[in-house]
Design a protein. Structure first.
Length: 413
């Protein structure tokens, strides 16, 4: 498969032999724009280069002068706008904990790899960046040919986000959710995209954090949820009855008027609350003071909304704490699903999440279903819902009816 040479990759590792191995591996996989660096300070100088800065960093966590965790903190300060793949000889638990920390800084993590790195695992992770990056990378290449054009900004200001909402530039994409047992399409997850007039499709990792930091998250939720509700009604007219999932920020759950705000929008749209799933990050479980979000979640549940914990299994979850929260379902994170059919450790994590959900009578959505083995494993364990690229990538609403017909013709059940 021909790789996109526009993806600029930086390999950061203090061990020269590992730098040579990874650089050779990347070039063998078809990535031609590869740089290497053996210390964090030099790597940060490369990040600051707006013309040649990396789109992806392969980061070793175990470095003597500046370790990988410290380097991530500096990436935030330097406003790094690309993605990371973590590489380490540490155990899987340590890698998962570091992944969670990086995500808390709103830096996209494609995943982690244990040393020695296998080429097929590296290729699979880098492939995850393609749907997000190709459009923006092509734009960057095109603009770089014009000396009088400023480089594309991949991290945006509050004013940019306000303007995007005012100008109707935020659009919803929808990723199907399917029952592995019946093969039926049961719902969709709503994923907002910014159709930027110059930079093309911009993914939410570039602007959600800005909306949260500058008090715009309620406006953004209004845009996304209103669009999803209108689309629900449009699909209903076409004979499609699909639950619609929408992501909710933890910042919203501590707002005293959030319940009325959500309930009002859904009521005005004439959509039954039970057809709306509100997805909350797993990090909620670890909050020290749950009083405000617990009140909000309980009231939403009483009004008939379905509540889901997103990215479950990444952190250190507690069955006792989970039992005290009014959720209907958990979404098992990709790191606990993809390769579970062949990787014993991944399968153990999946089984632990599934078992906990079954004990608490919660529905289970498995995310990151990317190959036949993942799909078959979910069918065999009778997981409730599957979601991932093996089924379908997020798509514009207009594409969904045709995709459903195509999915039915595959005969996977």
């Amino acid at each position: 498969m021909t790789k996109n040479p526009a993806i600029r990759i930086l390999v950061l590792d203090d061990y020269p032999f590992m730098l040579k191995v990874l650089a050779h591996m990347l070039k063998h996989l078809g990535y031609t724009s590869v740089a290497t660096c053996n210390n964090g300070r030099a790597a940060l100088e490369m990040v600051d280069n707006s013309n040649d800065g990396p789109d992806l960093i392969l980061l070793d966590l175990n470095m003597p002068e500046m370790d990988g965790v410290e380097f991530v903190r500096h990436l935030v300060e330097h406003r790094y706008a690309g993605s990371l793949i973590l590489i380490s000889g540490e155990d899987a638990q340590m890698l998962l904990a570091t992944e969670k920390l990086v995500r808390a800084h709103n830096i996209p993590v494609l995943g982690h790899l244990s040393k020695p790195v296998r080429p097929e695992d590296l290729a699979a992770l880098i492939d995850l960046i393609k749907p997000e990056s190709l459009t923006s990378l092509i734009h960057k290449l095109a603009l770089s040919n014009h000396a009088d054009t400023q480089p594309v900004r991949l991290i945006y200001s509050a004013e940019d986000v306000r303007a995007a909402m005012a100008n109707g530039e935020l659009v919803n994409y929808y990723q199907p959710k399917v029952s592995p047992v019946s093969g039926q399409v049961v719902g969709v997850e709503t994923m907002v995209r910014w159709d930027h007039p110059r930079n093309g499709i911009v993914f939410p990792s570039r602007f959600i954090g800005v909306a949260e930091e500058y008090g715009l998250i309620k406006n953004l939720t209004w845009v996304v949820l209103t669009g999803a509700l209108n689309q629900f009604n449009a699909w209903q007219k076409e004979g499609l009855s699909l639950q619609v999932s929408v992501n909710v920020s933890i910042h919203s759950l501590v707002s005293v008027d959030f319940v009325g705000f959500i309930a009002g929008l859904v009521s005005d749209a004439g959509v039954p609350p039970e057809m709306v799933v509100l997805e909350v990050p797993e990090s909620l479980i670890m909050m020290n003071d749950l009083r405000a979000p617990l009140e909000t979640l309980t009231r939403l549940r009483l009004k008939g909304f379905r509540l889901s914990i997103d990215a479950f299994g990444v952190g250190y979850f507690s069955q006792e704490r989970l039992r005290d929260l009014p959720f209907n379902e958990i979404k098992i994170d990709r790191s606990c699903v993809h390769h579970a059919s062949t990787n014993k450790k991944v399968r153990e994590k999946y089984d632990a999440c599934l078992g906990m959900a079954r004990q608490l009578d919660l529905d289970v959505v498995a995310v990151g279903v990317e190959e036949t083995g993942d799909w078959d494993m979910l069918r065999n364990t009778r997981c409730d819902i599957a979601q991932g690229y093996f089924i379908a990538k997020p798509m514009p609403a207009s594409d969904l009816p045709g995709w459903i017909q195509s999915w039915a013709s595959k005969g996977l059940v």
